[in-house]
Design a protein around this ligand. Sequence first.
Ligand code: ZN
Length: 271
Amino acid sequence: MNFMDHYTNYINSGDTDTRSAIMSMTEVVKKDVEAGDKERCREDMRRLYAYLNGSDIDEDSQKSIISSVMVLSSLQDRAWFRSEFAGYLSFISNDFYLKTAELDRVLDAARASEESYRFFDDKEMDIFIKRVIPLIADHYYGEGKAPDNSGDYYINKWYLLKYMEEEQGDLALLQKDYPGLYKCVEDIGNTSTSYRSLEIEYLKKIKGVTAPGIDLYRRLISSYYDNMQKIYPQRKDEYDQKRILWDKASGNDHCPCGSGRKFKKCHGNLI
Ligand SMILES: [Zn+2]
């Protein structure tokens, strides 16, 4: 009798609650995936489905399903597991399970991450926003609000903000396909009077948790345009020009952000 059989018997005996059962079954699937045991993984996923089908899904159980999606989502770097994960998402998208807005958002994030992995694997490159937003959504909905000292959180938000400034068309796409994730974008956009002041606010926060003396802003800009070029190779020249503007800006030049202020009084102030 393997661990899973043992555990199923234990659950059926009624000695444990649904919530911990879901988490334990998820851990078993995770071990299968890490061991590369496809057959056992499929078998254990089927047991999880059977268990969910036979259980009352209360609020606590929903939280476990959310945690379970988070855990399994991180295993998608194994290409063979992606179809299993996609199957899990469609299973829990069933009306019976989908009862809270929180789960709805997590499903959005999980679907987007699943697509991102797939696109990346096909060398087609997904749009930038779908790669950044799941990370932000994870902070929002995974373990609650990010702590004040979380540099990654603000860096991701900064990337998203920069993207929002430049690629408004993709936001309409996002709103249509991923309403839950779009809420993240709206939250960010609504918190300030302008993208520029929000960008500076985030940069200060990022700076607060980065080693002093690092030319942070130029590094962010450079990595931003590197990423954009990978995603939109046909726009390489345009991105190169923007990057050069930022690289050359200094002192009394007009700031490349378009504020009309001198660089040293605007973004240069943050370098
Ligand atoms: Zn500026």
